[in-house]
Design a protein around this ligand. Structure first.
Ligand code: 3HC
Length: 716
């Protein structure tokens, strides 16, 4: 007797009268299809039924979920796997997909929606691939971003299908392909509309069975011809390895393992490559770096639900943006696909510049195939350029992105309030000005909050939302929902000097200034932090952010936290007085050679700046000491933010530091870093630094308590 609580199978076989068996994927109790041991078992059973039935001449793999083919392997299951279990899991997947590939009856994948990771690998094992020409259809092997490798045959089947030269960047970056691009690459064979996709796939399957349809071989490119020779292949793989080492500084094991698997397959055949893949997957999934990256992804998914306990968000049909500078333009770029966007500035000239850039951005996306002409026109028609505050009437959300001047922001808020509906949300895009101070004197302080975007807005994934004691829950919920629509990972923090991200960045950059005062070398300092895993060094970062901005923040936060020993170098302010603002005015710590053919040359240290730090003679500091001084101050400040309630939880602190500031992602963030090395170790290192460098290295009470009690921030 069947158990009433038993779940239905994840795959069911529909036998059609035309002789096609449709294997419908439908993972129970999940919005998307996910590969797991259970899924493999059900898949095997469905394949048994398909193969054994002589009335079925061909098969189709399709999804019963709306707008999603298969989202890949179960990442939640990965968290608990050790290396041996990881290898065993993917070996099972290999056996199954080898069966699909070897099936005497042709099997066609009908791909509508995302086909990611193992989901794409299922499709790669099929004999033919039909995809829907729909923006929701996206194909990728994103495993490298999760610190693992495609473990269900992807490192072997993708190069075989689209060629080594095209497969390498796809696997090594995990980039997503829309349907048209996938067709161009040879990743799919035919495009159709989403509605009739299963019928089109079934027809193709029957034609393959009858021999009236064959996959069109891809036209070889010059690189394919090069890859067809032994030395050519070695050259391409060697270049790829060099490129990976340059970009990752050898800190990420996954791309190197991926290259090993591809190389094994190319040199010794599919079996050897597949075995390397199974072993490599296990090693990566069992490693702390892989685990940290998987948990980071799960945290990013989890945080999407942050608004669930709040009142429903207000629908935003009209967004107002005040200030058409670089930030305002960026916010418009990530919003214009959603609704009407009113971009307001004082002069037609600033609006004209923003319009030109936004138009160029749309044109670029159309050219790359990620937008249709129709979609480009639709998004452009959503933009309203205005110099009149009255045009903000009717906006449900207004984001100001004007200069970082308190008085100006207050004035902008007062002007906006004069025309806004009382239930419109007013957000300030500021990196450090306290929201409560901006809201002082507002008619409706309950609708004022901060939306701190990072530059450049379209590229940076984080949005830090700042609430004051007065901000209403409905206003927060509206900002959160809108941030998610803009594709951002949103963390919510409390108002306070520097909120969270700026507050933990300030001592990090401040310590870099102090080290320069003590004689450290600019390049050596930047290199040490990059070798630790930051994408840019602290000095190069200050050049990017602006030395003037940095000096301003250092002054304000330095004053706010002076009583607990924060130390601020006066050098940044002196540099600003002497006209050094960083990259934006080509007067910074580095000299940036002009771009040639869109590529920037290697930057050189500007020797003049050493004049502000005691002269050109430089001292050598151990890299580990420089890293500890900067990174531990950031970690300690992050923990303080949790202690003071600026952060609601450690998860948000990890997300903010990684996605906003580039804290090394493979550590999992400052809180997971403490868990990894142990709070006692962090406290001991800080105490040592306190004796040599001063009170700013005093570990905060929460860290000390965790060290004493052997506690962790995260349970998993
Ligand atoms: N594993 C486990 N759960 C997953 C999942 C996965 N691969 N993909 C999605 N989910 C779950 C989410 O956790 C969420 O669960 P919840 O409702 O309980 O919170 C639910 O599906 C919906 O996900 P989102 O909230 O993220 O929904 P979106 O519509 O915003 O995005 C998505 C959907 C594009 C599928 C996105 O979730 C995504 O990118 N998923 C991960 C895709 C991926 O990286 N796949 C590769 C996995 S590694 C692999 O396949 C290894 C193989 O080679 C062996």
């Amino acid at each position: 007797m069947s158990n009433l609580t038993e779940q239905p199978p994840a795959i069911r076989l529909e036998k059609r009268p035309d002789g096609v068996g449709i294997l419908w994927f439908d993972t129970p109790e999940s919005p998307v299809n996910i590969l797991s041991s259970r899924f493999f078992g059900d898949f095997a059973a469905a394949l048994d039924g398909f193969e054994a039935d002589p009335s079925l001449r061909a098969g189709v793999l399709a999804s019963a979920k709306p707008d999603s083919f298969i989202a890949g392997a179960d990442l939640k299951q990965f968290v608990g796997l050790d290396a041996a279990q990881g290898t065993a899991l993917v070996t099972e997947g290999h056996r199954l997909l080898d069966r699909v590939a070897a099936s005497r009856k042709p099997i066609v994948a009908a791909i509508h929606g995302v086909a990611l990771g193992g989901g794409l690998e299922v499709a790669l094992a099929c004999h033919y691939r039909v995809a829907s020409e729909d923006p929701k259809t996206q194909l990728a092997l994103p495993e490298v971003q999760l610190g693992v490798l495609p473990g269900a045959g992807g490192t072997q089947r993708l190069p075989a299908l689209i060629g080594l030269a095209a497969a390498l960047p796809a696997i090594l970056t995990g980039s997503r392909f829309k349907a048209r691009k996938a067709l161009k690459l040879g990743l799919v064979d035919h495009l159709t509309s989403p509605r009739g996709i299963v019928d089109v796939a079934a027809r193709a399957a029957l034609q393959l069975a009858e021999g009236t349809l064959r996959r069109k071989p891809r036209k070889p490119t010059p690189l394919d011809r090069l890859a067809a020779t032994g030395p050519g292949r070695s050259f391409i793989l060697g270049q790829a390895r060099k490129d990976v080492l340059r970009k990752t500084r050898g800190l990420y094991p996954a791309p190197l393992r991926i290259l090993d698997c591809i190389e094994a397959g190319q040199a010794r055949g599919f079996r050897a490559g597949a075995t390397a893949e199974q072993q490599g997957f296990g090693a990566l999934v069992g490693d702390s770096k892989g685990k940290a990256l998987i948990k980071l992804f799960l945290a990013m998914t989890d945080v999407k639900k942050a608004g669930e306990h709040l009142p429903p968000p207000r629908r935003v049909s009209r967004l107002g943006i005040l200030g058409a500078g670089f930030m305002g333009e960026g916010i418009a770029a990530v919003s214009m696909s959603q609704n009407t966007v009113v971009l307001k500035d004082l002069t037609p000239a600033s609006l004209g510049k923003a319009a030109k850039n936004l138009d160029a951005g749309l044109a670029k996306r159309e050219k790359s195939g990620s937008l249709t002409r129709l979609e480009r026109d639709r998004q452009w028609s959503n933009l309203v350029f205005s110099t009149d505050t009255q045009d903000l009437a009717g906006c449900e959300l207004v984001i100001e992105a004007v200069f970082e001047k308190l008085e100006l922001k207050r004035q902008i808020l007062a002007d906006a309030e004069a025309v806004l509906h009382p239930q419109a949300v007013f957000a300030s895009n500021t990196s450090a000005l306290p929201i409560g101070r901006i809201a002082e004197g507002a008619k409706h302080p309950e609708r004022v909050l901060g939306m701190h975007y990072f530059s450049p807005v379209p590229k940076m994934p984080l949005l830090e939302i700042i609430v004051t004691d007065q901000t209403a829950d409905w206003a927060l919920s509206t900002a959160l929902a809108y941030g998610v629509k803009q594709g951002k990972t949103c963390i919510v923090v409390k108002d306070g000097p520097g909120f969270y991200t700026t507050r933990i960045l300030a001592p990090f950059v401040g310590e870099a200034m102090l080290l320069l005062e003590e004689g450290a070398d600019i390049e050596a300092l930047d290199k040490a932090l990059k070798d630790f895993g930051f994408p840019v060094g602290p000095i190069a970062l200050l050049d990017e952010v602006g030395i003037d901005v940095g000096a301003h923040i250092a002054r304000d936060l330095g004053a706010a936290f002076a009583e607990r020993g924060w130390k601020t170098s006066p050098a940044a302010a002196k540099l600003v007085d002497a006209g050094y603002c960083g990259r934006k005015n080509a007067k910074g710590f580095y000299i940036y050679p002009p771009e040639k053919k869109g590529k920037s040359g290697k930057k050189q240290v500007n020797p003049e700046v050493y004049g502000f730090f005691g002269g050109p003679a430089r001292k050598s500091f151990p890299a580990a000491e420089m890293v500890d001084r900067l990174a531990l101050l950031m970690v300690n400040e992050a923990v303080r933010c949790l202690e003071e309630g600026i952060l609601g939880n450690a998860r948000d602190g990890d997300l903010g530091a990684i996605l906003g500031l580039g804290f090394p992602p493979f550590t999992g963030g400052p809180f997971r870093y403490v868990d990894l090395v142990g709070a006692a170790d962090v406290v001991a290192r800080m105490e040592r630094l306190k004796t040599t460098c001063g009170d700013r290295f005093t570990p905060c009470a929460m860290l000390v308590e965790m060290a004493r009690e052997g506690k962790r921030f995260h349970e998993d």
